[in-house]
Design a protein around this ligand. Structure first.
Ligand SMILES: [Zn+2]
Ligand SMILES: [Zn+2]
Length: 413
């Protein structure tokens, strides 16, 4: 480093406040670090209460309205960089806190945390007349219980004072639901949804069960968001693969139709396949066309249907059962995904002349099926997996005992 260079000097000396903080934190003993973390959260809670008191005063004096023609909410958004939701929540909570003196007393000291203040403010807004009589009780629970205790207490109190209203609100919770699922201009899909407590619990249980299982595959560094996305796709695909009751109006089971020139499918022609007018990854097309449950319509150069016989390349139920029996699950080395979640993969793709029989097919989970068609390969089998004697003193990290250990089942393109 050149000490005369002002940029270097700025990066490595006291001018870096983060650098100073990091040095301070790294030097802390464990117990000091723990205490400092708790203190920082209390500072945040105290600062939040202070923000509420200031905001309410600002609001009552109508300063922003008179001065700039802005509501307090709009002013918080533009001046304090709050989101609309954050700003309106802050104003509502600030106004409610002004009517909850006992809560405010403990909020400014940090004894009632932010989430508690917000919950009590909403409760007070719903029952402005009755709240004051029970404020002392809520303060006690908010100070000594956890957020869940407070939520339960509020709920029970609201049921006591007006059961019908509480029931109505619970019914509304179930009734109120929506999913926004739109295709963007570029063809990608955007999903946003809201569900009630119980329905969301069902969905979360399904998603988590998929995600938990995928944790079994160690050294997987996909993010939680990618895992949730994978789980969402897999659950929908599972429905298409296993649904035997619901039919569309045409009398068919729901299915995906992709129309693709034959030489695009085989890769003979360098052209991206299309779905709904958008181009898709060729590996996805080959993965889809590998498995049963996808109806294939093969057209010749003049867009005329070419060969219905190709449909026999879907995996017949008997072959699928035999594959389930032999492979038990994904044959990717080390993968634990069970058979019911797997695709049947043609080792040599039927479009390249591969047969639809036990020798040329194998089970792969969706991720490893995708990887296989993208040309990725699993790690080599360990001696134990191949069935050779394991040299003394070595540990084969992942044993895959419930699988066939024959190397002939390793995925091929
Ligand atoms: Zn395949
Ligand atoms: Zn797998």
């Amino acid at each position: 480093m050149d000490a005369n260079n002002p940029i270097d000097a700025a990066d490595h000396t006291t001018d870096s406040r983060y650098g100073d903080l990091l040095a301070e934190v790294e030097a802390m003993f464990d117990d000091v670090l723990e205490k400092a973390t708790i203190d920082a959260k209390e500072d945040l809670d105290r600062a939040y209460a202070r923000l509420l008191v200031l905001t309410n005063e600002l609001d009552e004096r109508r300063i922003t309205e008179g001065g700039y023609g802005l509501s307090t909410t709009a002013w918080l958004q533009s001046t304090c960089q709050m989101t609309g939701r954050e700003a309106s929540g802050t104003v509502k909570t600030a106004r409610a806190l002004a009517h909850m003196p006992q809560v405010a007393d403990r909020a400014v000291t940090g004894e009632i945390v932010m989430s508690g203040v917000k919950l009590l403010a909403m409760t007070r807004d719903r029952h402005p007349d009755k709240f004051a009589d029970h404020e002392a009780m809520f303060v006690d629970i908010a100070m000594h219980g956890n957020p869940k205790d407070l939520r339960i207490e509020v709920s029970e109190w609201e049921q006591d004072i007006n059961y019908d209203e509480a029931l109505g609100s619970a019914e509304y919770d179930t009734w109120g639901r929506e999913v926004f699922f739109n295709q963007t201009y570029g063809g990608r899909w955007n999903m946003q949804a809201e569900f009630g407590v119980a329905d969301g619990h069902v969905i979360n249980t399904a998603l988590q069960s998929y995600i938990q299982r995928s944790y079994i595959n160690g050294n997987d560094n996909t993010s939680i968001y990618e895992r949730l996305a994978d789980a969402t796709i897999a659950i929908h695909q599972f429905w298409l693969d296993h649904n035997t009751t619901i039919e569309t109006s045409g009398g068919n089971k729901p299915h995906i139709t992709v129309t693709v020139p034959y030489d695009v499918l085989t890769g003979a022609k360098r052209q991206l396949p299309e779905l709904d007018g958008y181009t898709i990854d060729p590996a996805t097309l080959r993965r889809w066309s590998c498995d049963a449950g996808i109806v294939r319509i093969i057209l010749d150069g003049d867009s005329q249907p070419m060969d219905v016989g190709r449909r026999t390349r879907t995996i017949p139920p008997a072959l699928r059962r035999a594959l389930d029996q032999r492979d038990k699950g994904c044959v990717w080395n080390g993968c634990q995904v069970p058979a019911s979640w797997c695709d049947a993969h043609h080792v040599i793709h039927w479009a390249d002349g591969g047969d639809t029989n036990l020798e040329n097919c194998q089970l792969l989970c969706r991720k490893h099926h995708t990887w296989t068609h993208q040309g990725r390969r699993p790690r080599p089998l360990t001696p134990r997996e191949i069935g050779l004697p394991v040299p003394v003193g070595t540990s084969d990290a992942v044993s895959n005992q419930h699988r066939s250990t024959s190397s002939q089942h390793q995925p091929e393109p």
